[in-house]
Design a protein around this ligand. Structure first.
Ligand SMILES: *Cc1c(COP(=O)(O)O)cnc(C)c1O
Length: 400
């Protein structure tokens, strides 16, 4: 954060020399922070654990490049993501997941050297086998299981009843029989991404124990020899209190025990985290264009909004921010400001949904100050509808 604030002040300083200045709007990423954060996680992983990066959280090239030499590989959910990864990491292991893979995606995935396919349905399994046979190759796969549950709860449930992801657990036995008859398929294990944004260490460990038990029962029943259990992503970020994040040291200490007790011999445990990897390295900074008082509420209108940073709208939360005070004021009339007030931070779009933070108390806010939203490095720019209303895009600044 310190390096990012310094950079904003420096940018603003230089701006003063320009005649027609444009209000500030930028994503700023601290790649040094990203490397330190990820390296520390990699260094503390127990044996038999591998950590992949889920590209969909942030697929910007400098981010992928910074991660390429640190993580064990990349989890991708489209051909586009595979191509982005290969642009910076020609040899990194790639897992190819996601529902709705086309034959073209599968074939190109093989060309790009995907090491594991996550299979989402029986038909997809048959199509992958068919393509592998045509190419006289073997495809290594994990079956993605949609568990029956009940699972330890977290905010976004990706499995358990009523989601489209993976294969209903009750269909797995029949599918294992099918796999046996497909010589071009090598079943390497199972994939169980089931939750999102989980902050509770014990819950995460419980989930992994549960996964291990399920996998072991299929291994015993079908005499399988497997290499991987992919426990997915879903380690969370606490947007409500940035000082109270997922307790990684406690997690890896527990994980070592869980692996010793539960993970079948010869298997590795894979993680494919997105949010937890890139969230903290990125900030979204937007200048205050206007301050209004409408029907009892203060609104700060920003140069930007949910078309740049859709995360708070998509999670329906107030995103945490800091205010960087900017001293310069270029007009002859007085500078409007709020002192010790509650503000609602909104964007420049013509929709009432363009809200980034609601009724948050600030000590002081002036027109021209910069509101810096923290923990914006994951599912920020990547999930936003950039061209709605055709406003200019923010700058993308990568500090190294
Ligand atoms: C989105 C996704 C991830 C990453 O999830 P995070 O919550 O960002 O860690 C991992 N695996 C799959 C299959 C996903 O869909």
């Amino acid at each position: 954060m310190k390096r990012i604030v310094e950079r904003i002040l420096q940018d603003k300083e230089q701006e003063q020399e320009q005649e027609r200045r444009r209000p500030y709007s930028a994503y700023l990423y601290d790649l040094g922070h990203l490397r330190e954060h990820v390296q520390a996680r990699m260094d503390s992983l127990p044996p038999r654990c591998k950590f992949f990066y889920a590209v969909k959280a942030n697929s910007e090239q400098p981010i992928l490049r910074a991660l390429a030499s640190l993580v064990d590989g990349f989890e991708t959910a489209s051909l586009g993501e595979i191509i982005r990864v290969r642009g910076v990491a020609p040899d990194a292991p790639i897992i190819f997941g996601g529902p709705g893979k086309t034959d073209y995606d599968i074939e190109e995935g093989m060309e790009y050297g995907v090491s594991l396919f996550h299979v989402e349905s029986e038909l997809e399994l048959l199509r992958i086998a068919h393509i592998a046979q045509r190419r006289s190759s073997t495809a290594s796969i994990l079956l993605r299981v949609n568990l029956t549950g009940p699972l330890p709860a977290a905010t976004l449930t990706m499995a358990g009843p009523r989601t489209q992801f993976g294969i209903d657990e009750r269909q797995i036995p029949a599918l294992l029989q099918t796999v046996r008859q497909l010589p071009n398929i090598k079943l390497e294990g199972f994939h169980m991404h089931s939750i999102s944004n989980n902050l509770n260490v014990e819950r995460h460990l419980d989930l992994i124990r549960y996964y291990c038990d399920r996998v072991r029962s299929w291994m015993d029943e079908f005499g399988l020899e497997l290499s991987y259990l992919n426990a997915g992503g879903g380690i969370g970020v606490n947007y409500d209190n940035l000082n109270d994040q997922f307790n990684w040291p406690s997690f890896v200490a527990g994980l070592e025990l869980v692996c010793g007790e539960k993970l079948p011999a010869g298997m590795s445990l894979l993680f494919e985290c997105g949010r937890y990897v890139t969230s903290s390295c990125g900030c979204y900074a937007a200048e205050v264009l206007d301050i209004k008082h409408n029907h009892g509420r203060h609104y700060a209108v920003l140069r930007g909004g949910t078309h740049h940073f859709r995360l708070p709208a998509s999670w329906q939360h107030s995103h945490p921010f800091e205010i960087v005070p900017i001293e310069a004021w270029q007009y002859p009339f007085p500078r409007p400001e709020l002192i010790d007030s509650e503000i609602t931070a909104v964007g420049e779009l013509c929709t009432p949904k363009d809200v980034l933070a609601r009724e948050v108390r600030v000590a002081r806010l002036r027109i021209g100050d910069i509101v810096v939203f923290q923990y914006a490095g994951a599912y920020g720019w990547a999930i936003s509808h950039h061209d709605f209303l055709s406003h200019p895009h923010p700058l993308h600044i990568y500090l190294d």
